[in-house]
Structure formats: C-alpha cells, structure tokens
Design a protein around this ligand. Structure first.
Ligand SMILES: O=C(O)C(=O)C[C@@H](O)[C@H](O)[C@H](O)COP(=O)(O)O
Length: 377
C-alpha cells in the first residue's frame, strides 16, 4: 500500500511549485512515524544525517530513526543544545563535519528535526556540503511549521546580527507533524502564532479577522489549528514562488522582523528574555505604530494588532522586555546590518492598514531612531 493510501483524512498537502526545486509540505498528525515511507517515495538516496536538539531528541529522535530504518534508510544523528545560540559558526562546522563523516552524498539527505534554529543551521550545512545535498525539514515547533521550514532561507547568527551568513537552499520535502505541537510550552506556541498572524497582516485581512475570532480553537488544537497552519504555508509558498531569492515581494515576509531582529540582538539572543516570535510580535506592532506616525495608516489599526497579540499573551511593547536594553544607537546599528539595506538606505515593511503591508525603501534612519526613542520610554 502506498504512503498516500495510509494518509489520515485530516492531512493536507501544500505544493510549492518551484520548477526543478518543487516540493510538498505535508501537514497532519503522525508524520514522524511515517517519515521513512515519505522519504523513500520521494528521494533517491538511502542515507540520512539527522540534526536535532536536546529537547526534541528525547521525544522524537527514536521514532524517526525507527521509521527510517523500517523503510531501509541508514541514518545517523547529531544532537545539539537547544536555543538561538546554537546557530553559530562552530556548530555549522560540526554539522558539516558530521555530514561528511557519514558520507552523505548529493542524493542522500540532511534531515532537520527541530524548530527554526535547527532548520536554519542544518539547511545551511545541506546547502554547502558537496555544494548542496538533499534536505528534509521535519519542523517540531509551530513557528518552524508555518514559517522557517518553508522557502529555503537558511543561516546562522554572527556578532553582527541575525542570519547574516546563509544560503537559499530549498528543502525537498517538509513533514509538519501536527501531533508534536501538543507538547510545546504555551510560550513556544504563542511565539509561533505571531508568524501565523503575520500572514493576515501582510495581505490577508480576512485571515486576521478569522484569527481574532478563532484563536482559542487554534491554541486548543483541532481543525482550526490545521487550517491556520495550511493557510500560513500556502501564503508563504505563494510569496516564495513569486520571488524565491527576495529581490522584491518576498521582503514582505519580513514584516516585524527589522525591529524584531534588532531586539533579539539587543537581548543577546537570551531566550529567557525574548524569543524570535516575541521579537516579531513587538516588531509587527512597532511597524504598524511607525506607519501611523508617518501618516500612512490609522493608529486604530496599530491598536487592533496590539490588542489581538496581547490577548493571546504575546509581548507588544519594547517595555515588555525584561531587563535593560542597550541605547537606541546600538539598536540602530543592528538595524543598519539588516539584509534589506540597499546603498546604506533602510528598507522597512510598513502598512496602510491591517492586511495592507508594503515594502518601503529609503526610510530615514533619523525618523526610525526618534520613533524608537519614544517607544522605549
Ligand atoms: O522566509 C522569509 O523570507 C522570511 O523573511 C521569513 C521570516 O519570518 C524568517 O524569520 C526569516 O528567517 C527571516 O529571514 P531574514 O532574511 O530576515 O534573516
């Protein structure tokens, strides 16, 4: 019997039509236990190097290994510490070394079993080892399922900022096992939810409205959760297909990220103070407030966005971050390292209202600095 015939009714497939780099995102419960079947059905190689973290490994590494083994895939694994600090040069070297030691060939695969940190790091290694080996994403956080596992952005952080080294390397398959979401902490789930809200705020006002009404069911699980994940993956896939290498429209997916990344750098990637999704939540509110300050949007929209994010328990203000932050000029330095800077000019994702985001080139740094100064007092 084929893997497709064994699929549970609630499973969704989002296809990413990228020509010779096209792939499927499978969304549904139990996919880790069926990973071997999906792998053999879609990839030629019969060897895999699994990269994971300590938290995820204790729950899902053994079931994944079993499934691969049952389907005749020879797999080795490397378990790294959990957390944003794992996205480092040293760990990139460790992953590349392990993948080469395991003699992973171009048709074999690196498998990322974990959240965004593991996906970004393992994807970067997959993109550079032998100038590119196959890559399978098995995202285990909501954030990774709706965002980082899709679209091929990989990377590590440097002392200059977030994701400043990396390559575009599309996965060959994404297995989003929704059963694993039940074991996330409420904080981790909320952080991923910020990226779900982002798709509504970019260009889907009806989706934002739907989330305002149904967020409790999304948090509780059930059909609304799967629906929100599938809509998010579809939304991201559509943008990626239009602009795979972020020369234009893809920058919209960065809504909230310019401020968010600067805040993550300002808190030294200390997850006890701020995790990525929380930085994005604050960043999205700031983007709406900044747009209102520039008379591009109504302050009521910023208020509405802040009200929804805070209703689900996300931080919405810079002052919600615990502890001291560096001065505004240090935040501005981090913003100046943003990958969207062109000719030294800042590019921001601004908005004309809920679901009406746009890419704004040439935003005056002095306006941003004085806005940030006001927002932190
Ligand atoms: O895939 C994209 O494009 C995004 O911008 C999605 C973001 O949500 C994601 O966090 C991404 O990793 C940020 O990328 P960066 O280019 O700003 O480092």
């Amino acid at each position: 019997m084929s893997a497709a015939m064994l699929r549970p009714a609630e499973e969704r497939i989002v296809h990413v039509p990228l020509g010779e780099r096209a792939y499927d995102i499978l969304i549904g419960p139990g996919l880790i236990g069926r990973a071997g079947g999906e792998f053999t059905a879609r990839l030629k190689g019969r060897r895999a190097a699994i990269i994971t973290d300590e938290n995820v490994a204790s729950h899902y590494l053994a079931p994944l290994m079993d499934s691969l083994q049952t389907d005749g895939i020879e797999a080795v694994s490397l378990t790294l510490p959990a957390g944003e600090k794992t996205k480092s040069f040293d760990n990139l070297a460790a992953v590349a070394d392990m993948v080469l030691s395991a003699k992973i060939e171009r048709n074999d695969a690196v498998i990322a079993l974990g959240g965004g940190v593991i996906g970004d790091l393992a994807g970067f290694a997959a993109g550079i080892v032998r100038r590119g080996v196959r890559f399978v994403q098995i995202p285990t956080s909501l954030l990774a399922q709706v965002d980082s596992s899709v679209g091929g952005k990989t990377g590590i952080n440097t002392r200059h900022g977030k994701n400043l080294l990396g390559v575009f390397h599309q996965p060959d398959l994404v297995l989003a096992d929704t059963a694993v979401l039940d074991s996330l902490s409420p904080r981790e789930f909320r952080a991923g939810y910020a990226e779900v809200v982002k798709y509504g705020l970019i260009d889907k006002p009806y989706f934002f409205h739907w989330l305002e009404k149904h967020w409790k069911q999304v948090f509780e699980g059930g059909p609304e959760r799967n629906e929100a994940i599938a809509i998010s993956c579809r939304a991201k896939a559509d943008v990626v297909v239009e602009d795979e290498r972020e020369t234009g429209r893809r920058a919209l997916l960065n809504l909230g990220h310019t401020f968010g990344h600067a805040l993550e750098a300002a808190t030294s990637y200390d997850s006890s103070r701020l995790v990525h999704g929380e930085g994005v939540a604050i960043g999205m509110v700031l983007a709406h407030q900044f747009s209102a300050r520039l008379n591009l949007a109504s302050p009521d929209d910023a208020q509405r966005v802040a009200a929804h994010l805070s209703e689900v328990g996300l931080p919405t203000r810079i002052t919600d971050i615990e502890g001291e932050l560096p001065p505004t000029d240090v935040l501005m330095d981090a913003i100046a390292q943003d990958k969207k800077v062109k000719g030294g000019k800042l590019t921001f994702i601004l908005t004309r209202g809920v679901g009406q985001s746009f890419v704004a080139d040439d935003v005056p740094p002095s306006e941003v600095a004085s806005f940030l100064e006001d927002m932190r007092s």
